[in-house]
Design a binder for this molecule. Structure first.
Ligand code: AMP
Length: 112
């Protein structure tokens, strides 16, 4: 079981902000912004590059959940950023697909 599967199974505690049949969202343990949540699928896809055609609905769902979480966290008016890191150069450290939801401060671009 990977780390996020353990969070889904409640073997590791997390500050959960949203859950449904297909997805879970919780606060990042090492926040990079005043609001920093992660949205994950309950069925593990290691990284976006591993997604298949039949994951299309699930991926769309995760984006909708990310927008919902951002709204719930009060980020809609000021704006926010969604990030998916894929692989080593992007700094992916947990190999279970996740969308970072970041906001609550002015975010720089491009990322360093
Ligand atoms: P990434 O670098 O894109 O793979 O992002 C993985 C994220 O998971 C990082 O921002 C970590 O801070 C976060 N993370 C690692 N362990 C936990 C945990 N136990 N609970 C919540 N977030 C975590």
């Amino acid at each position: 079981m990977n780390l996020f599967e353990k969070i889904i199974a409640r073997e590791i505690a997390a500050d959960i902000v949203y859950e449904d049949e297909y997805s879970l969202a919780f606060r990042d343990i090492n926040p990079a912004a005043p609001v920093h949540c992660l949205v994950i699928p309950k069925r593990c896809i290691e990284r976006i590059a591993h997604a298949r055609d039949d994951d299309r609905d699930l991926l769309g769902h995760l984006m909708m959940v990310a927008a919902r979480v951002a709204k719930q966290e009060g980020l809609e008016a000021g704006g926010y950023r969604l990030v998916v890191n894929n692989g080593e150069d992007a700094g992916q450290s947990v190999f279970h697909l996740h969308i970072h939801v970041l906001g609550g401060r002015k975010l720089g671009w491009p990322p360093g």
